[in-house]
Design a protein around this ligand. Structure first.
Ligand code: SAH
Length: 350
């Protein structure tokens, strides 16, 4: 398109998505015009102003109805109206943040599997379904950005840099995260990094270990008349006195992730703020693996129990009456076995 008008110092309004309009914008700028890019609806309100101060309207893209209205308005206002071809967007890559679930490949969503199957690059962590990746993402370069023993994790900024760089080179990038991407996974930061870089980003939620690992062990995070709230807490940094007090005060289930190292501080703090000594606790290590292990104890006995069992991360810690809820309910019905036996049986300890 070339404008058969002298554009120098004229005000040109280019209507449409800025990407699609980039050729029209460049031509108008080259002609010496003062150029503004506007969406169809922005253009409508601009032309509706009392003195629109527009010398040329260039239509690129938008709803046909808006185009007709704008053309009529321009005629009325005696503003020349031109049409320019949209430029097809250059093919560019994208990032999909996929929640990989708690480790069992059967617990990735169908959307997550699809994204993996189409991926050119997968950046993955230590947790999640990493062993199944060669099958799930057969065409992809697999980049391990997680912590492995003796190895430092790739720093967060570096992960974001690789992700953005690969996407910018036109590749379909999957950032695979354990559980759900927005539960303590720094997923929000990675999405923000894509936004800053102008890289399209999609999010596929996942099955979080905070609910799934207790479920696997037969522990419901809520249970009628027993717990009507569950609070998922990161134990990465010890809780403040205020947080401890509210955690006890709320009275529901506490689910703690990354909490093995800070368990002494947590259990002491909860008791100091009034949690009863015999509050049931379950420590669930390596959920959804063959080496998973469940330790059921109480808040006053938990330190001794985890020391004795040499509990290690990754583990989900559940604190609350739900730990024994199913056993208690079964016990009410059967009424012929001790709680301890049933809890042990349900958790596979008997
Ligand atoms: N985004 C993840 C959590 C990341 S924080 C999610 O939604 O599940 C990592 C912590 O999650 C671990 O320290 C551990 O507390 C917990 N975790 C994740 N997967 C686990 C598993 N399979 N078994 C036990 N704990 C797990």
């Amino acid at each position: 398109m070339s404008f058969d008008l002298d554009l120098s110092s004229r005000v040109v309004l280019v209507v449409g998505d800025a990407q699609l309009s980039r050729r029209a914008l460049a031509e108008a700028v080259a002609g010496g015009a003062r150029v503004t890019s506007a969406s169809a609806s922005e253009a409508l309100s601009r032309l509706g102003a009392i003195e629109p101060a527009v010398d040329l309207l260039v239509w690129v893209d938008g709803p046909q109805g808006t185009r007709d209205t704008l053309a009529a308005l321009a005629r009325e206002l005696r503003i020349p109206f031109a049409t320019a071809e949209p430029v097809a967007p250059t093919p560019h890559g994208q990032v999909t943040l996929v929640g990989g679930g708690p480790g069992d490949p059967d617990l990735i969503t169908i959307a997550g599997r699809r994204a993996l199957a189409r991926a050119d690059v997968v950046l993955h962590d230590r947790l999640g379904p990493r062993d199944a990746l060669p099958d799930l993402a057969p065409g992809a370069e697999l980049i391990d950005v997680g912590k492995t023993p003796g190895h430092h994790a790739v720093p967060q900024r570096e992960i974001e840099r690789i992700m953005v760089e690969k996407a910018r080179s036109g590749l379909r990038v999957v950032r695979l995260k354990g559980g759900d991407p927005f539960v303590f996974g720094r997923g929000g930061e990675e999405v923000a990094a894509c936004h800053r870089a102008g890289v399209p980003v999609h999010i596929v939620p996942g099955v979080t270990s905070a609910i799934a690992v207790p479920a696997e062990a037969g522990i419901p995070v809520t249970h009628r008349e027993i717990s009507r709230a569950f609070t998922v807490i990161s134990g990465h940094v010890p809780l403040s006195e205020e947080e401890l007090s509210h955690a006890v005060g709320l009275g529901g289930t506490l689910v703690v992730l990354m909490g093995v190292a800070t368990l002494p501080h947590l259990s002491a703090g909860l008791r100091r703020h009034g949690m009863r000594d015999d509050m049931p606790v379950a420590v669930l290590e390596r959920g959804f693996t063959e080496s998973r292990r469940t330790t059921v104890t109480t808040i006053s006995g938990v330190l001794e129990a985890v020391t004795k069992a040499s509990v290690r991360s990754p583990a989900v810690i559940v604190i609350g009456e739900v730990v024994t809820a199913i056993a208690d309910a079964a016990n009410d019905v059967m009424n012929d076995a001790g709680d301890a036996d049933l809890v042990a049986a349900i958790h596979g300890l008997a």
